[in-house]
Design a protein around this ligand. Structure first.
Ligand SMILES: Cc1cc2nc3c(=O)[nH]c(=O)nc-3n(C[C@H](O)[C@H](O)[C@H](O)COP(=O)(O)OP(=O)(O)OC[C@H]3O[C@@H](n4cnc5c(N)ncnc54)[C@H](O)[C@@H]3O)c2cc1C
Length: 548
């Protein structure tokens, strides 16, 4: 006999599970399917203020207390300490050069720190995805979601008002009719393959491979390079980016002593290292590491706690994100590169949008309206392009640290303005707010223009340009972000060490359309210090299962 449900979600990463749970809370009859089982390793661990804002909004709107608690490091520790995570105070960058130790030149060092939170309690987090994803799937089940793991899906048929999924589980045939399907299965996703959705990869300018793992015993940069000027937070408790000639490395420290680290390597970088035969993952890892003495030192006593892995290309992109009866989550639709940790925030924003779309669904259709699906599709399309420009510009800028540090200010200006604006906006408009400023006429063009200006300097062949060209680029960035620069960014006097500066925010009240007094009154909410919602008395919409 064929099972049926209103919504089938394929993929129980945090995004698929969270959407499934919200829809169950809204009274939808949801089946969540995964080919694997939990707990399991997943990549993509560093959250951001915009991601946490979405998590908070989802928590408050649908009565999901754990989501609200997991939106800051302090609340997470107090309420769900069993879920492993790491403290993330901001974004740290260093530039390394082959065969040279990182030079501590005081304030002249090739080092950039941008704080994202005023203190540890309000800080962001790195997620141990094995724990977090498992937690979200358990919570989905507790909310009434019918979860089935170990499922191998082999076919999908799309009809006018439903879809039919077919596959196997534990050797038995599985058939499911669903009114709507969400594909949350990630790169090379299930639906894209079965519906032959054309690839849009040619719209993605960056190409990078990754070699990565989890390691015990990675030394702190502050111990390996002692005596660096004090920054706005301890350098290592952040998403640490090590820029190298061949690409860059991320290093994300968890509170239990394990560090997630990976090198993103450009095609040119890979071939310069290995002559296009990368060999096995562990050898490639050691080849890159050994070129950079400070990184070698940081990892000298580190031991992998999982096998080091290699993927030849991390980019993927599709040409459609929705159909009449289906939608893709962002990570299924497109991915460019982990630079600036856009993935979790973008995924959570999409969960919010689809949840609102189901909330407002007509009772006869019980699925998002076509015009809302078209809006969702257009948003993801524009946002994937914008992430692509951000990443492409960053890779161009890596030729010289001054260019990189200047270019990074575009990202930080866009997201800090978005964060504060969203804290003041009603929930629904915040959820539909364009990611990375795509619906903000002032900032939308900046990442494209920045890429053009950088390309003129680098000639797209790694040129570092002249000192005058680099200074002119930094001056352009400072002028370009001025209408949105509420965080005191791009100020040479800061020496590349940017605290979360509430005085600068108050000073820039007019950019937010507020008087000084209004802004001072709003400060607690703007900094994530609004009074706690009461979950004990909250009454989310009742779950009314309709599954037969
Ligand atoms: C190298 C790399 C580094 C990243 N780093 C960051 C970062 O630091 N910060 C950040 O914000 N984002 C990062 N991201 C992005 C982040 O990984 C994604 O945004 C996030 O994983 C999306 O979660 P998800 O739940 O949508 O999907 P996924 O985590 O991709 O989960 C997909 C699920 O679907 C299941 N599945 C797959 N195929 C099938 C199938 N055919 N049938 C059934 N089930 C299936 C899988 O078992 C899995 O459980 C990174 C991505 C990459 C590639």
């Amino acid at each position: 006999m064929m099972d049926s449900c209103e919504v089938a979600i394929v993929g129980s990463g945090f995004a698929g599970s969270l959407l499934a749970r919200v829809l169950a809370v809204l009274g939808y009859d949801v089946v969540l399917l995964d080919r694997g089982t939990h707990p399991r390793f997943a990549i993509g661990e560093s959250s951001t203020p915009l991601g946490n804002l979405s998590l908070e909004r989802l928590g408050i709107r649908y009565g999901l207390e754990d989501c609200y608690r997991m939106a800051t490091h302090g609340r997470w520790l107090a309420h769900v300490p069993e879920l492993r995570r790491g403290l993330k105070r901001g974004f740290t960058f260093y530039r390394h050069h082959p065969d040279e130790p990182f030079q501590n030149r005081g304030f002249e060092s090739e080092r950039l720190l941008v704080a994202a939170s005023p203190d540890d309690a309000l800080a962001d987090t790195h997620w141990v995805r094995a724990d977090v994803d498992h937690h979200f799937v358990r919570e989905a089940v507790a909310a009434g979601v019918d979860y089935r793991d170990g499922v191998e899906l082999t076919a999908v048929d799309v009809f006018g008002d439903s879809l039919r999924l077919a596959g196997r589980r534990d050797g038995d045939a599985l058939e499911l009719r669903a009114g709507f399907l969400v594909d949350a299965s990630g790169p090379n996703g299930f639906l894209a393959r079965h519906l032959s959705i054309p690839s849009g990869l040619e719209r993605t300018q960056t190409r990078s491979a990754i070699v990565f793992g989890h390691f015990d015993g990675v030394r702190l940069m502050q111990d390996v390079v002692p005596g660096m000027p004090r920054g706005p937070y301890p350098d290592d408790w952040a998403a640490v980016h090590h820029l190298i000639d061949e690409g860059w490395m991320y290093s994300l420290r968890f509170d239990h002593g394990v560090t997630s680290a990976g090198f993103l390597l450009t095609p040119r970088g890979i071939s310069s290292l290995t002559g296009n035969t990368p060999g096995d993952a562990a050898s490639l890892w050691h080849t890159v590491l050994q070129r950079y003495p400070t990184l070698t030192n940081a990892f000298a006593d580190a031991t992998p706690v999982m096998p080091i892995a290699y993927r030849p290309m991390v980019q993927h992109r599709l040409t459609r994100a929705t159909g009449d009866r289906w939608a893709l989550l962002p990570h299924t639709y497109a991915f460019v590169d982990p630079l600036f940790s856009t993935g979790i925030a973008w995924s959570l924003r999409a969960v919010e949008r689809l949840a609102l779309a189901f909330e407002s669904a007509a009772s006869s259709r019980r699925a998002p309206a076509l015009h809302v699906l078209a809006r969702y599709d257009a948003a993801l399309d524009a946002e994937a392009d914008q992430i692509d420009r951000l990443v492409a510009g960053s890779y161009e800028a890596m030729t010289h640290f001054d260019l990189f540090a200047a270019h990074a200010m575009l990202y930080f200006a866009i997201v800090s303005f978005a964060e504060v604006s969203q804290r003041m906006a009603p929930e629904e408009s915040a959820a539909w707010n364009g990611f990375l400023g795509v619906d903000d006429d002032v900032v939308h063009p900046l990442l494209g223009e920045g890429l053009q200006r950088l390309s003129a300097i680098t000639k797209r062949s790694g040129s570092v340009g002249t000192a005058d060209e680099r200074r002119a680029f930094a001056d352009w960035v400072a002028r370009a972000i001025a209408p949105r620069n509420i965080a005191g960014l791009a100020e040479p006097g800061r020496r590349n060490l940017y605290p979360l500066d509430l005085d600068a925010l108050v000073e820039k009240h007019a950019l937010l359309g507020m008087s000084r007094a209004q802004l001072i009154d709003a400060l607690p909410a703007l900094r994530g210090m609004a009074p706690e919602p009461s979950f004990a008395t909250a009454s989310p919409p009742e779950h009314t299962p309709t599954r037969s």
